[in-house]
Design a protein around this ligand. Structure first.
Ligand SMILES: NC(=O)c1ccc[n+]([C@@H]2O[C@H](COP(=O)([O-])OP(=O)(O)OC[C@H]3O[C@@H](n4cnc5c(N)ncnc54)[C@H](O)[C@@H]3O)[C@@H](O)[C@H]2O)c1
Ligand SMILES: [Zn+2]
Ligand SMILES: [Zn+2]
Length: 367
C-alpha cells in the first residue's frame, strides 16, 4: 500500500511530504492507521544533526492510532484496537526487562537505532530503495507498520491526540518525576525547559505532592504556560536563575532539579541549583558526542546525585494505561498540553512553532 509521510533527508533541510510504499506487516508486526503524532523535540534533533540516523528516514515517535491489520502470530492487539505507540519496545526476557528496567531493554536497541524492524529490514521504500523507520514507529505518516511490542491498547474514551502524547512527552516527563526521581511530598522541584516534556515533569511533580515547583525557561510565554500546569514560581533562564532558585528554597537549592532541554551548559547549572544531597535528573537529549563537566569535588562532598531518565524509566504496558486513567479522572490535564493541531502538510510550520517557545505541544492530526 501507499502511505503519505514526512521524510527527513539531510541536516538543516525541511521535511518533505512524500508518498512511500509500505509493505504489509510481517510476523509479529502490526499495521496502524495513524490518527495523531506529537511534535517532539527528539525528531528535531535529527534535523540539526544532534542525533545521527540513517537516511532517508520517516521521523515521528509520539503517536497513536487504530490497528488496521495484524501479521502472523500477533497476540497483543487486534484490528480496531486504539493504541498508543511505545518508541522503546521491550522484550520481557533480557537482563534489563527481568530487572525491572524495561526502558533499557537491550534486545531491540540495535534494530531501532538502525532504523529498521526487528529483522533488520524496512517496510518503507521509495522506488525500491529502503526508507528508514525512526524508533520503530515512523508515525509522521498516515499509516505505519510497527512491532507488536510497540502497541499499548488504551480505552477508546481517551482521544487519540491525548493517547499520542502519552506515547512520549507525558510518559517521559511524568515518569521522570514519579519513577526516576521518586519526588517526595512537600519537596521542592526546579524544572529547566517547559516544553511538552518539562511541562509533563511539572505535572508529575504536582501529582507527587511537591510543594514548590519552579519552572525556568527562556521564552516568556512558556512561563505563563508553566503556571497553568502547576508551577508555583517561574524564572527567566539566565545566570541569575540559580540564585533565584536558592532564594526560593531557604538558600539550599531545590531537592530535585530536572533538565528537560538537552544542553550541557544548562545541565551544569542544574548541578548548582540542586541542594546538597539532592538529585539532578537529565531528561533532555544532548547532542551525540557532547559532554558535560562533572565536578567530582562537589558531587562527592555534597552527595549530589546526577541521573539520566530515559522514557521516564517507564514500564509502558503499566504506565500508558495508568496515565490514561489519571487523564480520564481529571488528574492529568492532557487536553491543555495540546496547544495546536496541524495537518501533516504543515509539519514544518509545526516545528517552527515548537522552536518559537510559544506553545505547549503541537500535534499532527490525520483526517
Ligand atoms: N529522556 C527521554 O526519554 C526523552 C524523551 C523525549 C524527549 N526528550 C528530550 O527532552 C528535551 C525536551 O523536549 P521537548 O519536546 O519538551 O522540547 P521543546 O522544544 O518543546 O521544549 C524545550 C523548552 O526548552 C526551552 N529552552 C530552550 N533553551 C533553553 C535554555 N537555554 N534555557 C531555558 N530554557 C530553554 C524552550 O523555550 C522550550 O520551552 C529534548 O532534548 C528532547 O529530545 C527526552
Ligand atoms: Zn528486554
Ligand atoms: Zn519524544
Amino acid at each position: 500500500m501507499k502511505t503519505q509521510a514526512a521524510v527527513f533527508h539531510e541536516v538543516n533541510t525541511p521535511f518533505k511530504i512524500e508518498t512511500l510504499d509500505l509493505d504489509a506487516p510481517r510476523a509479529g508486526e502490526v499495521l496502524i492507521k495513524v490518527a495523531a503524532a506529537g511534535v517532539c523535540h527528539s525528531d528535531w534533533h535529527l534535523m540539526t544533526g544532534a542525533t545521527k540516523h540513517p537516511v532517508p528516514v520517516v521521523p515521528g515517535h509520539e503517536g497513536a492510532g487504530v490497528v488496521e491489520a495484524a501479521g502472523e502470530g500477533v497476540t497483543r492487539v487486534k484490528p480496531g484496537d486504539h493504541v498508543s505507540l511505545n518508541w522503546a519496545p521491550n522484550c520481557g526476557t533480557c537482563f534489563y526487562c527481568l530487572n525491572d528496567r524495561p526502558s533499557l531493554c537491550s534486545t531491540y536497541v540495535g534494530p531501532i537505532w538502525a532504523g529498521t524492524m526487528m529483522d533488520g529490514t524496512t517496510r518503507l521504500t521509495k522506488n525500491g530503495q529502503a526508507v528508514y523507520h525512526f524508533s520503530a514507529l515512523a508515525c509522521f505518516a498516515d499509516h505505519c507498520v510497527v512491532p507488536q511490542e510497540c502497541c499499548v491498547p488504551l480505552s477508546k474514551e481517551v482521544p487519540l491526540t491525548v493517547a499520542a502524547l502519552i506515547g512520549c512527552a507525558v510518559t517521559t516527563g511524568v515518569g521522570a518525576a514519579l519513577n526516576t526521581a521518586k519526588v517526595r511530598p512537600a519537596s521542592s522541584v526546579a524544572v529547566y525547559g517547559a516544553g511538552g516534556v518539562g511541562l509533563s515533569v511539572i505535572m508529575g511533580a504536582r501529582l507527587a505532592g511537591a510543594s514548590r515547583i519552579i519552572a525556568v525557561d527562556r521564552a516568556e510565554g512558556k512561563l505563563d504556560i508553566a503556571k497553568e500546569f502547576g508551577a508555583t514560581d517561574v524564572l527567566m533562564a539566565g545566570p541569575d536563575a540559580v540564585g533565584a532558585i536558592k532564594k526560593l528554597t531557604e538558600g539550599r537549592g531545590a531537592d530535585y532539579v530536572f533538565e528537560a532541554i538537552g544542553l550541557p551548559a544548562v545541565q551544569e547549572q542544574c548541578l548548582d541549583a540542586v541542594r546538597p544531597g539532592g538529585t539532578v535528573v537529565l531528561v533532555g537529549v544532548s547532542p551525540m558526542g557532547s559532554g558535560t563537566n562533572l565536578p567530582g569535588a562537589i558531587i562527592t562532598r555534597q552527595e549530589k546525585t546526577v541521573t539520566g531518565s530515559y522514557y521516564g524509566s517507564a514500564n509502558t504496558a503499566r504506565d500508558f494505561p495508568l496515565y490514561a486513567d489519571l487523564y480520564l479522572k481529571g488528574k492529568l490535564d492532557l487536553d491543555r498540553l495540546i496547544s495546536k493541531t496541524y495537518p501533516l502538510e504543515q509539519i514544518n510550520e509545526a516545528y517552527a512553532d515548537m522552536l518559537s517557545g510559544e506553545i505547549a505541544r503541537g500535534v499532527i492530526v490525520f483526517e
